[in-house]
Write a protein that binds this ligand. Sequence first.
Ligand SMILES: CC(C)(COP(=O)(O)OP(=O)(O)OC[C@H]1O[C@@H](n2cnc3c(N)ncnc32)[C@H](O)[C@@H]1OP(=O)(O)O)[C@@H](O)C(=O)NCCC(=O)NCCS
Length: 171
Amino acid sequence: MQLRNVSPDDVDAYIRMRCDPVMMADLGGTLPREGMADKVRRDARQAADDLAWFKMIVPDETKTTPEVVAGTVTIWSHDTSDGPMSEIGWMVLPEFQGQGLGKRAVRTLLEQARDQNRWGLVHAFPATSNAASNGICRSVGFRLLSQAEVTFAGRVLKTNHWAIDPGKDLR
Ligand SMILES: CC(C)(COP(=O)(O)OP(=O)(O)OC[C@H]1O[C@@H](n2cnc3c(N)ncnc32)[C@H](O)[C@@H]1OP(=O)(O)O)[C@@H](O)C(=O)NCCC(=O)NCCS
């Protein structure tokens, strides 16, 4: 498994992740296909400018097929009433789920955060019903802080609020 920056060519993978009812079941339902190409372009630009880490998970370690992707893992910063907050999110496509790839990708990106001393405390907000995502948080070393209602793409989700200090907590 390796991580690479999102590129504008990843639009098909974005559509398969964000416009699919099963993939989006714990995220409030599908997002419209229109606008996905723009979203990929914006994410690719932010990744290229190193403003946020938008990574594609590439299962092939030989680097011969970097276009075959298993999902995404992302760290970005956003403003809250308490100041800026770093957040991590992830998605793994159905044919790659249950193989430990999500966990390895999340751990790899948090190792990069630790090694570059970037992002500070990293927060995650998986839906309370998302057993696999809560499993990733638990086994990578996040601490469960509380339950929280979070607005994602205009929908209110019931989530667990987890946080990790990659310099101290990563397992
Ligand atoms: C959630 C998701 C990222 C998990 O990715 P994955 O690669 O299948 O997960 P992994 O194989 O790395 O497993 C991670 C942990 O969850 C556990 N797990 C995996 N699937 C599970 C399931 N269906 N129920 C309970 N636990 C599960 C694993 O055993 C592992 O825990 P362990 O280390 O204690 O053994 C993936 O299923 C997905 O993208 N789903 C749809 C979109 C989504 O929900 N995104 C996340 C929004 S927060």
